[in-house]
Design a protein around this ligand. Structure first.
Ligand code: SME
Length: 160
């Protein structure tokens, strides 16, 4: 297994995604444990982009439960349909939130969080987990993040 990821200097955000996605695929392909893979994926995203908070919530019964993450401590349980993560679960769709204050029911684990993107991953037709990324800047995510992170979720789905 590689000990570190390769990141070109001065790469644009899209270039970074293009460089890290195959490396993530290689990283998880040799490991069958889900928690180990989600932990390393969180670490790669944090290292590559310096996100304020990045991590996973796993569907457990009627709730999302905090999984592997990088960043400050966070809410441990989220009900279906609640907050941005609960909406991604209930709707089964990416949630791109330029201003968390404007999202009805947003759950503020940290007052420093200003914008957010949440994406679901599916197993056997049902949402199994969500990836949540928070920024301390407003409007920090766009369609290119959604597109590339949806590709990442396809890699995550291979781990499920
Ligand atoms: N803001 C999220 C809660 C999780 S934290 O941001 C880590 C939400 O509204 O679902």
């Amino acid at each position: 297994m590689a000990e570190s990821i390769y990141l070109p200097e001065n790469a644009s955000k899209v270039e970074k995604y293009e460089v890290i996605l195959p490396q993530i695929e290689a990283l998880v392909s040799g490991e069958e444990d889900l928690v180990a893979n989600l932990a390393n994926i969180s670490a790669v995203l944090k290292e590559a982009f310096g996100f304020f908070w990045v991590g996973f919530y796993l569907v457990k019964g009627e709730q999302l439960v905090l999984g592997p993450f990088q960043g400050p401590i966070a809410c441990t349980r989220i009900a279906k349909g609640k907050g941005v993560c609960g909406a991604a679960w209930a709707e089964g769709k990416t949630q791109l939130v330029p201003d968390v204050e404007a999202f009805p029911g947003h759950i503020a684990c940290s007052s420093a969080s200003k914008s957010e993107i949440v994406l679901p991953a599916f197993k056997e037709g049902h949402v199994a987990l969500v990836l949540d990324i928070d920024s301390d800047q407003l409007n920090d995510f766009d369609q290119s993040d959604a597109e590339k992170l949806e590709k990442l979720m396809m890699i995550v789905e291979q781990c499920l």
